[in-house]
Design a protein around this ligand. Sequence first.
Ligand SMILES: Nc1ncnc2c1ncn2[C@@H]1O[C@H](COP(=O)(O)OP(=O)(O)OP(=O)(O)O)[C@@H](O)[C@H]1O
Ligand SMILES: [Mg+2]
Length: 269
Amino acid sequence: MIEVKNIKKGFGDKLVINDVSAVMDDGKCNLIIGSSGSGKTVFMKCLVGLFRPDAGQILYNGEDFTAMSEEQRKEVRKEIGMLFQGSALFDSLTVEQNIQFPLNMFTDWSPAEKRKRVNEVLERVELKDANKKFPSEISGGMKKRVGIARAVVLNPKYLFCDEPNSGLDPQTSLVIDKLIKELTVEYKITTVINTHDMNSVMEIGDKIIYMYKGEKEWEGNNKEIIFSKNQRLNEFIFASEFLRDAKDMRMLEQAGKIDNNRNMDDLIK
Ligand SMILES: Nc1ncnc2c1ncn2[C@@H]1O[C@H](COP(=O)(O)OP(=O)(O)OP(=O)(O)O)[C@@H](O)[C@H]1O
Ligand SMILES: [Mg+2]
């Protein structure tokens, strides 16, 4: 579990994260949503220690990450896997060399032990046949899978994914979402995902935190989000008039006030 308490982060006189508190649950996909510039990436970078917050606490298993010595922070970082936006693979390394990279950095395992672990993870993300390829030779969806494999190769307790679906088609996005969700449940990882993708929100959003201009505006799960009355959240999610109308119909239908089939037909016309 990660507990975030009242964190603030600014650049110059611009406050980007303003007094955000949240709990990221174990074995769950915790989604951070919000429009571009709302502070999702800055928030995530504070959580993984790439930015130091100006105020507040980030507790990993009850220990305050922000108050730790560099040595202690390094220990926590070993338990963190991160999938960067755009995958951030090393172009000059093959798929298996990319995945092995964290093992070279953080373990003193023998070459045979490393190879075994890399093969396990490659198999898990269904990339065994692509092990000798370079990033330029594989598709965007495969790159994401390599990024995920590299993020989980050290068996992290915490997994952070910044926009895991950016640049992918809806079906490939779904495959990536499902993989992240399965790994989260299988290994009881505390997963935090920044996303714009409403399909992800509905598919894997165990907990959803909606950020608006650097503040936490709403929190709930993928069932509650449909019926939320938060106006800003609704404007974000139901950005098109069509979806807003569809949502209103759904609510009326739930209340037993309309015959949904007939009215959905009217809507589509
Ligand atoms: N290193 C930095 N120095 C100064 N300002 C920054 C820095 N990083 C981010 N910002 C500012 O912080 C704000 C939030 O940026 P952030 O990247 O967190 O948004 P985001 O919600 O992740 O957006 P997107 O959905 O486009 O990825 C933006 O106004 C951005 O300009
Ligand atoms: Mg971002």
